[in-house]
Design a protein around this ligand. Structure first.
Ligand SMILES: NC(=O)c1ccc[n+]([C@@H]2O[C@H](COP(=O)([O-])OP(=O)(O)OC[C@H]3O[C@@H](n4cnc5c(N)ncnc54)[C@H](OP(=O)(O)O)[C@@H]3O)[C@@H](O)[C@H]2O)c1
Length: 310
């Protein structure tokens, strides 16, 4: 199916920008929904129209922006990589769960023949919680920590739209992208030669290249069999120690200085768990659907991201 008009929330973010650019490259029309249209217009790729959704946790999404669109990709969310104070936890949860409920409330108001055919609503491998080296496909159950609870509720809010349209919830892993996310936080240390494995390095990192994230989301738009949870992670997850070694090699820097988990907990509190624990998630559903990952090995993937201006 060729999409004409795709509404994208969080379009100003790292993943949203890549998704909008890929939609434009194939001739589709991304339409952003943003909390602030003037700031968004500065950050969005040229030519992306923008509608305001100023209070996504309190008010339904603008029905007029959704009516007649072919698909919705819902990516908004308060950054997780910050100290988890009570207020931050509330923002992290509400910006995902409430905004999804408010999006579904708006979809209910769109007349049936003008409704989008598909909703791709972001999810995350955090769904599984800390799981050691257990291999996790989509049939694995949820974890029980803060993030796992948020992600479960986020998915449930999205799946409530299943009576209105097809719904897919990509459980996205740690996205490797130039200038943002996990890699941007690691790079200064690795570039200075003081990077290394974190918290013993045995925890798995469900990495995925940003280009594969955008391509898989578009695959899910087109493939009528893409519904429910799909792990959006490279087929070959690595341990944190393997990631550190690969990054050191890609940068031609030593990467042997261990970072103890106690230091991270002191610096970041409970949030440190997002790097001191992990998931060995595998993209079983996406591979069954015939999606092939362009970046399936960590070191070439890192070299590619580093070469694109990190
Ligand atoms: N990057 C990763 O490694 C990764 C991995 C798994 C899952 N995810 C999830 O995928 C989504 C997009 O990730 P990303 O890396 O592209 O995020 P990002 O760069 O931080 O962008 C997220 C967008 O969400 C909106 N937003 C930020 N704070 C918000 C709040 N408090 N309430 C409502 N909207 C808010 C902003 O758009 P406006 O200002 O235009 O409204 C922002 O551009 C997030 O939900 C994230 O948790 C990311």
């Amino acid at each position: 199916m060729v999409m004409a008009r795709v509404v994208v929330t969080g379009a100003t973010g790292t993943i949203g920008t890549a998704v909008c650019q890929l939609l434009q490259a194939r001739g589709d029309e991304p339409v952003a929904l943003s909390r602030g249209t003037s700031a968004a217009t500065q950050r969005l790729p040229a030519g992306v129209a923008c509608h305001a959704w100023p209070r996504p946790t309190l008010e339904p999404a603008p029905v007029e922006a959704l009516a007649g669109c072919d698909a919705v990709i819902h990516l908004m969310g308060e950054p997780v990589a910050q100290r988890w104070t009570a207020a931050a936890k509330q923002r992290i949860r509400a910006s995902r769960v409430r905004s999804t409920q408010m999006l579904v409330a708006a979809l209910e108001q769109v007349p049936e023949r003008q409704r989008p055919a598909v909703l791709i609503s972001q999810s995350a491998t955090g769904y599984y919680g800390p799981r050691g080296s257990e291999e996790l496909d989509e049939s694995a159950g949820p974890g029980s920590d803060f993030l796992a609870n948020v992600v479960s509720a986020w998915e449930q809010a999205a799946m409530a739209a299943a009576s209105l349209c097809r719904v897919a919830v990509p459980r996205t892993g740690v996205v490797l992208s130039p200038g943002a996310g996990a890699l941007a936080k690691m790079l200064p240390f690795f570039r200075a030669g003081i990077g290394g494995p974190v918290a013993g390095g045995r925890q798995y990192v469900p990495w995925v290249h940003i280009d594969d994230v955008a391509a898989a989301m578009l695959h899910c738009l087109e493939d009528g069999d893409a519904h429910g949870p799909l792990n959006l992670t490279a087929p070959s997850p690595v341990t944190n120690a393997e990631l550190a070694r690969a990054l050191g090699r890609a940068l031609h820097r030593p990467a042997v200085l261990p970072v103890p988990s106690a230091a991270l907990r002191l610096l970041y509190g409970e949030m440190a768990a997002i790097v001191t624990t992990g998931q060995r998630a595998v993209p079983k559903r996406l591979e069954q659907l015939g999606f092939s990952f362009h970046h399936d090995e960590i070191e070439p993937a890192l070299r590619d991201v580093l070469g694109s201006g990190t």
